[in-house]
Design a protein around this ligand. Structure first.
Ligand code: GRF
Length: 202
């Protein structure tokens, strides 16, 4: 990190989840251990009130917020999320199992500062059940990808990837577990690398 950045305030990360939240936990633990240096988790937002990740964040003393979509249009839902992130002065948004496509307005508000993690080697197998897609296609190698988020599903420039070989005996569950273990290492590394580049405004 440059001496300039070291003297500035800590980078504030906002995390969006919809479910289990294991990648959110991996990021929170990396911030705590300073494997992601000079950063804090400003807020964890879920669109699902029953997301298991909410309790995991709260246990770690992280502020949580539920913002449900309800019957609203996507742009309206996203406007409320962007307002909540802005209110917490978030510098970097990390999607961690957030099961919605962001509106163009959301992407524009944080362009170049939204990351996602996906359980395949993008651009192969975007969308849901990427591990099942990889097994059904018969590829011998899959993995995970951290990418910048744009308006498309699992699109946007790739930041980092890690490969996971597929075994003859793999099931969706066994492959998903091995990929997830790599996700938990890759996401903190990628966030750390991105934060070293992102300007943190005082
Ligand atoms: C992960 O496999 C991630 O790559 C994908 O959704 C899953 C979320 O898991 N986008 P978790 O909620 O982080 O445990």
């Amino acid at each position: 990190m440059s001496p300039d950045l070291a003297s500035e305030r800590r980078a504030r990360i906002g995390i969006l989840i919809s479910g289990r939240g294991s990648n959110m936990v991996a990021l929170a633990d990396a911030v705590r251990d300073e494997r992601i240096p000079n950063a804090e988790i400003a807020i964890v937002i879920s669109d699902q009130p029953n997301a298991a990740g909410l309790a995991k964040a709260a246990e770690r003393g992280i502020e949580t917020l539920v913002i449900e979509r309800g019957v609203r249009r996507r742009a309206e839902h996203d406007r409320e999320i962007v307002a909540a992130l802005s209110a917490k002065n978030v510098d970097l948004v990390c999607l961690a199992g957030y099961l919605r496509i962001l509106s163009p307005e959301f992407v524009a508000a944080y362009r170049g500062r939204i990351l996602n993690i996906h359980p395949s080697l993008l651009p192969a197998f975007p969308g849901l059940e990427a591990q099942r897609q990889a097994l059904e296609y018969g590829v011998r190698m899959s993995g995970c990808t951290v990418h910048l988020v744009d308006e498309t599903l699992d699109g946007g420039p790739v930041i980092a990837q890690r490969t996971v070989p597929i075994r003859e005996t793999d099931t969706v569950e066994s492959l998903s577990a091995r990929i997830l273990a790599e996700e938990h290492k890759l996401y903190p590394e990628a966030v750390s690398a991105v934060l070293a580049q992102v300007a943190i405004k005082a």
